[in-house]
Design a protein around this ligand. Structure first.
Ligand SMILES: [Zn+2]
Length: 381
């Protein structure tokens, strides 16, 4: 990854393929690395400081963020589509049975065959997406570690003793003999390796289940699969099996058939921020108490210094503004609900504007959106 970063920033690490129409770029081979014979001087330390502060990783971070967002919303879309088709089949079946017809209709059989295929596709794609999300989480951790290692090196170098006066280093022959100097590059590699090993030694739970990006993905996936009135997402401790394999299949597997959980937690989710009392635009949640707020209002609420109690009445968690980025994350699943509610509201206002619908499944999605968002009206023909 670091090699590509260098390429992006324009340093010709590897010569680019040249053609007759583009000016030829030449590559200068780097000289063999020589261990330093003196400690880093002021300008070298400054350069190290700049290296630890540089922003070359930003485009990567943005790409990772965008990829995570895209994977989350595609998995959400797939599972929603599958759920709507299943609900549609149930309705067709119920309607037929209400008429006293025992044999399934040709429409039902077609839909059933379609759902079977869709289930297989959705399962395979979800498996790939889940793996991809974990890879993205790994890449993100790697970038963060790299920055941390460079920062460490700089701090370490900055606190090192300056090189001693040359006069004191003269030996009997009048030559200057520097004491051996630790290699900065060696230290970088060593710390980098240490971070890799530390990450490699973490369990699946530590790496992913407590990671905001993974948790956000899991929530989107779950909400889409079970619907807004479905059982809540199981606790993060149940997202990975003891052999480290992710728990993939929907509710059956994850819920362990425990009815208690279902009964307890049909959480009523409000799309409104408890601080602004308005529908949120940037819903930010945290892992500790799961309360969600409008980002701007929350930032206004948290004082510049010290910690305060969670703004949700009766919640004993406390938060500090300094930890905002680690404690809080954009709640993609909530954002999705908000957008869906808005879309349903818009389609209520313009029920006849259906020219963009592509076939039956779109219709089913729309119809289902409407049903969830308002009181049933008399059907329009
Ligand atoms: Zn709270």
């Amino acid at each position: 990854m670091s090699r590509r970063l260098l390429n992006r920033s324009g340093n010709p690490v590897v010569s680019s393929p040249s053609s007759s129409s583009t000016p030829r770029r030449t590559t200068t081979a780097l000289p063999e690395y020589e261990p330093p014979s003196c400690p880093l001087d002021e300008s070298a330390r400054r350069a190290l400081g700049e290296l630890s502060n540089n922003r070359t990783a930003v485009p990567y971070e943005l790409q990772l963020k965008e990829s995570l967002r895209t994977l989350g919303s595609s998995v959400g879309d797939m599972h929603e589509r599958l759920r709507y088709q299943r609900e549609r089949l149930t309705r067709q079946k119920a309607a037929r049975e209400a008429k006293g017809v025992a044999a399934s209709t040709a429409d039902e059989d077609r839909l059933k065959a379609h759902i079977d295929q869709l289930e297989r596709d959705v399962e395979a794609l979800t498996r790939d997406s889940e793996r991809a999300v974990r890879e993205l989480v790994d890449h993100k951790a790697e970038l963060e570690d790299e920055v941390a290692v460079l920062g460490d090196l700089y701090t370490h170098a900055a606190t090192q003793q300056p090189p001693p006066d040359e006069a004191s280093l003269e030996n009997e022959n009048g030559d200057i003999e520097y004491p051996p100097v630790p290699s900065t590059l060696g230290a970088f590699r060593e710390r980098r390796q240490g971070k890799l090993e530390e990450y490699g030694g973490m369990s699946m739970h530590q790496r992913y289940a407590v990671n905001n990006d993974y948790a956000g993905f899991k929530k989107l996936w779950h909400d889409a699969a079970v619907g807004e009135d479905g059982p809540p997402l199981p606790d993060a401790s149940r997202w990975f099996r003891s052999d480290g394999q992710p728990v993939m299949s929907g509710i059956g597997d994850e819920m362990d058939g425990s009815d208690d959980d279902i009964a307890v937690a049909r959480e009523v989710v409000s799309l409104k921020c408890p601080l602004t009392l308005r529908v949120m635009k940037e819903p930010y949640s945290n892992r500790n108490c799961k309360h969600t707020f409008e980002k701007g209002a929350l930032l206004d609420y948290l004082p510049r210094q010290g910690a305060v109690q969670c703004p949700q009445t009766g919640c004993s968690q406390s938060f500090a503004r300094a930890d905002f980025d680690t404690d809080f994350h954009l709640n993609q699943a909530m954002l999705r609900r908000i957008h869906r509610a808005e879309a349903a509201h818009a389609s209520d206002e313009d029920l006849d504007d259906d020219e963009n619908l592509e076939g039956d499944s779109e219709l089913a999605v729309r119809a289902s959106n409407r049903r969830q968002s308002r009181q049933p009206k008399r059907e329009r023909r």
